[in-house]
Design a protein around this ligand. Structure first.
Ligand code: GLC
Length: 707
């Protein structure tokens, strides 16, 4: 990967391994890329008709970004509609996959705009408002090779504890001990596995970070233990803004030490989020990161083992300056004849108060003594909040894995935590968006990721939550979350029949843990993707354009249902495949399908799981949570035409000992010669945690061998 510097770029720490980077002068810019220095600075590429363009991580649009216009500007966007240009992340990696294959990573903390053949059908134009950036150009023979080179340079992905792969339940809010206990008991009584329950902002005292509302949780650490005894971990939210309040230690300490962002007069900048007036910690300053990061200890000391960082774009509902200006404008309209134009100006004035560019331009970061305007560094804010937490975890708890994920992100944040995709809605379209986004997010290294399953905004139907959960079974972060006032959408919130379907799907998730965890860990260690578009592994023209199917790890393809009242769908099989329609995972039924287009029936209680040719899936057993799974027996399910191999990775799941080689790799080889019985070879050792392996092997004629 080559790096070309333009202007004087801010050091983002996105790229950390310079062994993979060769710095070259601007004169060595490849001839196919043009640099245009007009009003805005831009680079462009003339796309060929058949070029496909992947990348941009968390954003709207398809896996193939061609034909759209996108922006990297981290934004509290609560309406993920197709006309939007950015969501919460700035993932500036774009990959052209055509006759010429290359990736571009624009390392720039300000706004970047990607016009991918929208204005001119054959032109990819990337523009920046400010000409200081580093351009990385990554060449390779395939999408996979390009992504891998990029990933090696940006460092290894964050590894959560294994229990974070369990089912997770959230809502804004289960605000107190009674509601949390009730949810925990409902999971156990309905025999639906679950590992965590989330605590949204209402657990805090007046929305103050790192505090607990004593009226709701008189003995917080006792309560954490009590819930843990029931087999759940509690995961509290932390917001970026800290309440402005004399006597609140975080507020006072930050002010005393100059840890908050400053306005143009050098006073702490005040915006408003959930707590009302807040200060914003200056996460661009390493001292502030240490200070804020160490505050997580307050909750960890009370038994907490995971966090979600929110509102860190940062979201600013309003600032006093913004309100003042808006009133002045509205006042200036008073007494005038309000026609349609003025009416819309009034409306836009009020709506424009939130997350306004003017506010983002009105405060500053202290970077090594130099004051830098927030707007120029905007996309690094959430990244550095999560980095603050991540760095402190490594420092204070070097042996322990702590769950951490964030709403806003920039390239490089994947080393410190995962992401969730923010405030989606209970819309079928958002289930499809989730499916399309996962491979793109993975390219950027955000392996631990997922959407709010069932949708955050709006009421959800049982059918939508079922179909979404059936896809969520495969997302590393599997969390059902919804907002205030919406219909309950926990897996037991609907009718008995739906509860049964949820139970089967979630049981499958737990049974799949050996495979999911193994594929996740291998992807992290080898700079690979866990979720992949078909284009990642198959180079034929059809596979490269499939938008609603994904590969999960090495062996599995998914073709989820993402529309209502739908019990069948078209599936493109890029090679011969074995289809297992999973209801109860202990019932292995299958059909073989040759490479090609197929129309398949899928009932509401079925998850269509496609096993690739000469590939192996490993399943275990479910339990009520990850810690209690019996790992002594596994079942190897394989579709073998001649030879299949698989490496099953495992480790203790809670410590960082895997970094020192403390993990196991079980190698499984299955050979079939003509019509003979399969030959199985493993390196299972006597001291392995696995004591028994069952085999369900299907050969190319569709015969099943149970060994
Ligand atoms: C934001 C988050 C959402 C959370 C809410 C209240 O909208 O994205 O997940 O529930 O704030 O904290």
């Amino acid at each position: 990967m080559i790096k070309i510097e333009f202007g004087n770029s801010f050091v983002t720490d996105a790229v950390v391994d310079i062994n993979y980077v060769k710095v070259v002068p601007q004169t060595q810019l490849p001839e196919f890329i043009a640099v245009n220095q007009g009003e805005n600075f831009s680079i462009s590429y003339g796309m060929k008709k058949k070029d496909i363009v992947f990348g941009l991580g968390e954003n709207v649009g398809g896996m193939n970004k061609r034909g759209g216009i996108y922006e990297s500007f981290c934004f509290d966007e609560f309406n993920h509609t197709p006309d939007k240009k950015s969501l919460y992340a700035a993932h500036n990696l774009i990959i052209v996959d055509g006759e010429r294959k290359f990736g571009l990573f624009i390392d720039h903390p300000g706004k970047v705009r990607f016009d991918v053949g929208f204005t001119d059908i054959d032109t990819l134009e990337i523009s920046m408002e400010n000409p200081n950036f580093n351009l990385y150009i990554i060449t390779g023979n395939s999408l996979k090779e390009i992504v891998k080179k990029f990933r090696k340079a940006i460092g290894i992905s964050y590894i959560p504890p294994k229990w974070a792969f369990g089912f997770q339940q959230s809502r804004w809010s289960y605000p107190d001990m009674t509601s949390i206990t009730e949810i925990a008991d409902k999971f156990r009584n309905s025999q639906i596995p679950c590992d965590t329950i989330y605590m949204d902002i209402d657990y805090m005292d007046n929305y103050k970070n790192f505090t607990i509302d004593k009226a709701k949780f008189p003995e917080f650490s006792e309560f954490v233990k009590f819930i843990k005894n029931k087999g759940f971990r509690l995961i509290p939210i932390i917001d970026a803004g800290c309440k402005k309040e004399k006597g609140y230690d975080i507020s006072d300490e930050g002010i005393e030490n100059g840890y908050y962002c400053l306005d143009k007069d050098g006073k702490p900048f005040v915006g408003a989020v959930w707590p009302g007036h807040v200060y914003f910690p200056d996460f661009m300053n390493s001292k502030v990161r240490t200070w804020f990061g160490d505050k997580y200890k307050i909750l960890i000391d009370q038994g907490i083992e995971g966090f979600w960082n929110d509102m860190n774009e940062p979201a600013i509902f309003y600032s006093e300056g913004g309100i003042k200006k808006a009133f002045e404008k509205i006042k200036s309209m008073e007494g005038k004849n309000i026609g349609v134009d003025l009416y819309f100006q009034m409306k836009d004035t009020m709506e424009g108060i939130s997350h306004s560019i003017e506010d983002y331009k009105s405060f500053y970061h202290n970077v090594d003594g130099e004051l830098i305007n927030h707007y120029d560094l905007h996309n690094l804010y959430g990244y550095n909040m999560t980095r603050a937490a991540g760095e402190s975890f490594v420092k204070n708890y070097p042996d322990k894995r702590i769950l951490l994920f964030s709403r806003a992100s920039y390239v490089g944040m994947h080393r410190y935590g995962g992401i969730w995709t923010g405030d989606n809605k209970s819309w079928w379209e958002h289930l499809l968006l989730n499916i399309k986004m996962m491979p793109s997010i993975n390219m950027l290294g955000f392996l631990y990721s997922g959407a709010d399953v069932g949708g955050f905004g709006c009421d959800a139907s049982a059918e939508l939550v079922i179909r979404w959960t059936q896809f969520g079974v495969f997302t590393p972060l599997l969390r059902n979350h919804t907002t205030l006032g919406t219909r309950a959408q926990e897996p037991f919130a609907f009718d008995v029949e739906s509860t049964d379907i949820f139970r089967s799907a979630i049981n499958l998730r737990y049974a799949l843990i050996p495979y999911i965890y193994s594929e996740f860990m291998k992807a992290a260690k080898e700079s690979e993707c866990y979720f992949k578009s078909l284009a990642y592994e198959f180079s034929d023209d059809i596979s490269r354009r499939v938008e609603d199917q994904v590969l999960v790890g090495d062996s599995v393809m998914l073709a989820p249902i993402y529309t209502p009242n739908t019990f069948s769908r078209n599936v493109w099989m890029p090679e011969d495949m074995l289809l297992w329609k999973v209801g109860d995972y202990t019932d292995f039924n299958y059909s073989l399908h040759p490479k090609g287009h197929h129309f398949i029936d899928i009932e509401l209680d079925e998850i269509p799981l496609f096993i690739r040719k000469n590939k192996i899936l490993v399943i275990g057993n479910h339990s009520h949570n990850i810690d209690s799974i019996d790992q002594s027996e596994i079942t190897v399910i394989a579709y073998v035409q001649d030879l299949a191999t698989y490496r099953l990775y495992n480790d203790d799941g809670v410590t960082t000992n895997y970094m020192n080689g403390d993990y196991t790799e079980l190698d499984i080889t299955i050979k079939i010669q003509e019509d003979s019985k399969p030959q199985v070879l493993t390196n299972l050792s006597e001291n392995s945690i696995i004591k028994k392996i069952n085999y369900l092997i299907v050969n190319s004629k569709g015969q099943l061998f149970k060994l």
